[in-house]
Design a protein around this ligand. Structure first.
Ligand code: ADP
Ligand code: ZN
Length: 529
């Protein structure tokens, strides 16, 4: 441990400068630090790279005692502790990778008041002995990092987080912070409730990354598209290419090398030495393109990444946002590019169906996938859609593909009306509501057992939508959901008429739909009245 340095009661800004070498706080940092130094709780929603760490590290130094940081990323604890130690901060961690002797050393340092910061994995806090140990120490602040893991609706739920709801009872009087880079309204509410932070002050930073240009295109010849894209960014640009499987990582890296791109592979299955070498080359050299699974990037802080490319569809908008957020941290122009195909959707739906989760879990994962597809299929501004997903209203950005070159659309008014009127009839005539699958069956005139049993082949709209394929209808429904023309409700995702739906039923709203979406081969001409 570095030598003891007593900063208790020091001015936060002086600590920022002296310990971390930064001239000033940025964004909400100063206000968050003031809130916590004053003994209050805080809920902090800030995008990746926004500078969340400082907001608990500075209070931990300024307040008497040890700052406790709950973090699920054991792999990152080590790096963070190293970085802090290099700045002269007395930091340590407790996790399952340590020997009993190492752990005993850390515990001793904690009890002697020799630690400024202690990182622990959430599962350790479920162990009574850990609570007992921490109760014998003096805690300055408790920071719960990646707090969205408490959300059962989120993409990253961890049951251990649920046990963090009573930290105020276990450690009364210690200010608590919940921090996350996920900012949907629902997650925000869940964090506040489940981590029991009723009196917390809330800090919601803007999630916009104006220097990142968003581009999404359907897959045709993905490798060629990728190379073309990389060339369009410019020679020697540093970038990250995300792929879903290890095999695809290796093959893509190899292919890019044949095309003269300085590409390296990175995934958890590679030999540890090679992985470390590739990572340090990426960090040190200019112009490396890292082809990686999503295991790569957490905790990587390289400011001049000029592009992030996805050659497979991410599982959620949160994931997409986090991964694309690794581009352009220096504020200079950067591009987030993605190619997606029907195969991605089919594969992900299958993975969801085959997953061991319960019905509600599968429903949730399906909704994440649909939200991701809605972003892909929007005729509007990508950034507006993305920020809207995180609960932030914004204007058209002028810096995404759909803003720069409006999408080719077809008139979806008639199919939208057929669908809406099916929903209305079922509701009015039979007091029934259904999810997308059954509604599409009705519209396509399918002869399923459920349709026969319910007599839905007697509905006026039965078979009226047979001119569109199943995939077409799914895409229409996603786009209508994304625009508030439809709403999905409840655990089963039954479809209802959204706020914008009335105008569509009356034929008073235009419903332009993207032509270049999955499954659409013909376009508008196939929509017969
Ligand atoms: P987050 O946890 O929100 O993703 P970090 O805490 O890792 O973000 O910070 C992201 C980067 O910004 C780091 O390189 C960090 O050193 C830097 N940073 C944070 N606060 C400041 C500041 N006030 N001035 C300059 N750089 C900062
Ligand atoms: Zn835009």
């Amino acid at each position: 441990l570095p030598p003891r340095r007593d900063l208790t009661g020091a001015d936060p800004r002086a600590v920022l400068k002296e310990v971390f070498g930064y001239d000033d706080f940025r964004g909400d940092q100063a206000d968050i630090v003031a809130q916590v130094v004053g003994g209050g709780d805080a809920v902090v929603l800030m995008p990746t790279g926004g500078g969340k760490s400082i907001t608990y590290q500075v209070p931990a130094l300024v307040r008497p005692g040890t700052g406790l940081v709950v973090s699920p990323l054991i792999a990152l604890m080590h790096d963070q502790v190293d970085a802090l130690t290099a700045n002269g901060v007395r930091a340590a961690y407790l996790n399952s990778t340590q020997t009993p002797a190492e752990r005993a050393g850390v515990e001793q340092a904690l009890l002697s008041g020799d630690l400024d910061l202690l990182y622990v994995a959430p599962e350790r806090l479920s162990v009574a002995a850990t609570t007992a140990l921490l109760q014998r120490a003096r805690l300055s602040v408790i920071a719960i990092d990646e707090a969205h893991c408490v959300s059962q609706w989120g993409h990253d739920f961890r049951p251990d987080y649920l046990a963090l709801g009573d930290l105020d009872e276990r450690f009364p009087g210690v200010p608590r912070m919940a921090l996350t880079a996920t900012a949907t309204k629902a997650t925000h509410k869940e964090i506040t409730e489940r981590l029991h932070l009723p009196a917390a002050k809330h800090f919601v930073a803007s999630f916009d990354r104006p220097n990142i240009q968003y581009r999404i295109e359907p897959k045709a010849d993905p490798r060629k598209q990728l190379v073309q894209f990389i060339r369009s960014v410019g020679d020697g640009a540093t970038g990250i290419v995300y792929a879903l499987s290890r095999k695809s990582v290796e093959q893509t890296a190899e292919y890019l090398r044949t095309q003269g791109v300085d590409a390296l592979p990175y995934h958890a299955g590679l030999d540890a030495g090679l992985r470390a070498r590739n990572q340090s080359r990426f960090l040190r050299d200019d112009g490396i393109v890292m082809v990686a699974t999503i295991a790569f990037g957490m905790g990587i802080d390289k400011p001049d990444v000029r592009f992030v490319a996805h050659i497979d569809l991410p599982k959620s908008v949160e994931g997409y946002y986090q991964e694309t957020g690794r581009a352009g941290r220096d504020g200079e122009p950067a591009v987030a590019w993605m190619a997606y195909g029907l195969g991605d959707v089919v594969q992900q739906r299958r993975l969801i169906d085959q997953s061991p989760g319960d019905r509600a879990y599968k429903m949730r994962m399906g909704q994440h996938l649909d939200a991701m597809l809605a972003l892909c299929e929007t005729v509007g501004c990508r950034r507006q859609n993305l920020l809207g997903y995180f609960g932030q209203a914004s204007d058209r950005c002028g810096n995404c593909d759909t803003c720069l070159q409006p999408a080719d659309t077809w008139d979806g008014l008639v199919p939208a009306q057929k669908l809406l009127s099916t929903i209305v009839r079922l509701q009015r005539e039979r007091n029934q509501a259904f999810g997308a699958g059954h509604l599409v069956d009705i519209l396509r005139g399918a002869s399923t057992e459920r349709i026969r049993q319910q007599g839905h082949d007697q509905l006026a709209t039965y078979g009226l939508g047979a001119d569109l394929t199943d995939q077409d209808w799914r895409s229409v429904i996603r786009q209508l959901l994304a625009r508030g023309i439809l709403v999905a409700q409840g655990e089963y995702g039954v479809l209802g008429i959204g706020e914008e739906g009335g105008a569509v039923l009356r034929g008073e709203a235009a419903v332009p739909l993207r032509r270049d979406v999955l499954g659409r081969t013909g376009g508008g001409s196939r929509v017969r009245k």
